[in-house]
Every structure is written in structure tokens, then in C-alpha cells.
Design a protein around this ligand. Structure first.
Ligand code: GTP
Length: 197
């Protein structure tokens, strides 16, 4: 089976659930309270889609403003970016547009962008209408889904949708030179594994 390696980064405001989405996807677990990410953290997860297999190299960036300047290091060379907002926070959705603008100006040309409205389990406190976010995503050609890291709803689906959108040339073969570049990052990100939680 062909193994493809996909560099992916998560972007979005602090507290929207980026780390929780990664933890759910990679370890199928969830915690009510996890500390804010410092700088960025890295995890990988392989999924199979039909005859193909995708090894996601996931860079989970810190949403706190003081780390914002680090983001280019993680979206540079990325095949996909997931921009996360919290459906109960209009402010977090406003920030999605800032990230889109930044990716359009400075991100890789063929990057697949996905927008994830997280905390879907808290729909009774919703501030961002599904239609509004979906229309926006459609306008810019982004994948869209509403997720819940807490209940696992649409988490795997998000990554499946991304893998379907990847152009053949942006999925690099396993053991590609990109892996070497990742290891040469100047700021050493925290390597996280599920058992640390
Ligand atoms: P930074 O690391 O600061 O950028 O935050 P983050 O975007 O990684 O958020 P994180 O995953 O740390 O989650 C923040 C809080 O939201 C935690 O208390 C999580 O338990 C909670 N949370 C995350 N996802 C969900 C979800 O789907 N539903 C609910 N109800 N809470 C969630």
C-alpha cells in the first residue's frame, strides 16, 4: 500500500480546541482541561483511505497571541492547514478570516485549507451559525465541518475530507526530504504522546 506523508498544521484562537482535536484524532481520548500549548507540539497519525495510506505529520500551534509569530514556521511547506474556531465564540470565528488572509498571502500555494467549527456538543450556546461559516468556507474553497473533540463527532471525517482534497503532487512519499527539514526546525517543539496527558 502506498504511504503518503502529509504535513498539516492547526491554527486558531487560544482555547478553541486545537490540541483536543489532535488528541481525539491521534489517541481517541479527551480531557476536560488541558494546559494551553506552548510554542507548538507535534504528533503523527496514519489513516487508510481505500488503497491509500496517509501519514499526517501534525503541528499543533499555540493560539495565544504571544506565539503568533511562530506560525509561519509550521504552515511553511504544509500540505494542509486546519483553522479551528469555537462555535460558541464569534470572536474566534472573526480570527479565522485573519488566518485565511495570512495563509493566502504567505502560505504555500496549493495548501488545502479546512475550517473546523469545534465544540459542536455545545450547540445550545452557539454564536456562529453553521450556514455563515459554511458559505464562507465555500467562497474560499475550503473544506468545512463542525466537530466535537469531546464527543468525537466529525473528527476523523475532517482528516478524511482533507486527504480527499490533497493534490497528488503535495503528498510526499514517505522518507521524503521534507522529513529531514522538519527535524531541522530551529525551535525544538515539544514532542507529545498521548500517555503524557
Ligand atoms: P491553545 O493551546 O491555547 O491554542 O488552545 P487549544 O485551541 O489547543 O484548546 P484546547 O484543546 O487546549 O481546549 C481548550 C478547552 O476547551 C479545554 O478545556 C478543552 O477541554 C475544551 N474543549 C476542547 N474541545 C472541546 C469540545 O469539542 N467540546 C467542549 N465542550 N469542550 C472542548
Amino acid at each position: 500500500m502506498a504511504m503518503r506523508e502529509v504535513k498539516l498544521c492547526l491554527l486558531g484562537d487560544s482555547g478553541v480546541g486545537k490540541s483536543s482535536i489532535v488528541q481525539r484524532f491521534v489517541c481517541d481520548s479527551y480531557q476536560d482541561s488541558i494546559p494551553p500549548t506552548i510554542g507548538a507540539s507535534f504528533m503523527s497519525k496514519t489513516i487508510s483511505v481505500g488503497e491509500k495510506s496517509f501519514k499526517f505529520q501534525i503541528w499543533d500551534t499555540a493560539g495565544q497571541e504571544k506565539y503568533r509569530g511562530l506560525a509561519p514556521m509550521y504552515y511553511r511547506g504544509a500540505a494542509a492547514a486546519v483553522i479551528v474556531y469555537d462555535i460558541t465564540s464569534q470572536i474566534s470565528f472573526v480570527k479565522v478570516r485573519d488566518w485565511i488572509r495570512e495563509l493566502q498571502q504567505h502560505g504555500p500555494e496549493n495548501i488545502v485549507i479546512a475550517i473546523a467549527g469545534n465544540k459542536f456538543d455545545m450547540a445550545d450556546l452557539r454564536e456562529v451559525e453553521t450556514r455563515t461559516a459554511m458559505d464562507y468556507a465555500q467562497d474560499i474553497g475550503a473544506v468545512f465541518t463542525e466537530t466535537s473533540a469531546k464527543t468525537a463527532e466529525n473528527i476523523k471525517d475532517l482528516f478524511l475530507k482533507i486527504s480527499e482534497r490533497l493534490p497528488a503532487e503535495s503528498v510526499l512519499p514517505y522518507n521524503s526530504t521534507d522529513t529531514v527539514q522538519l527535524r531541522r526546525q530551529r525551535t525544538q517543539p515539544k514532542k507529545r504522546s498521548c500517555c503524557l496527558y
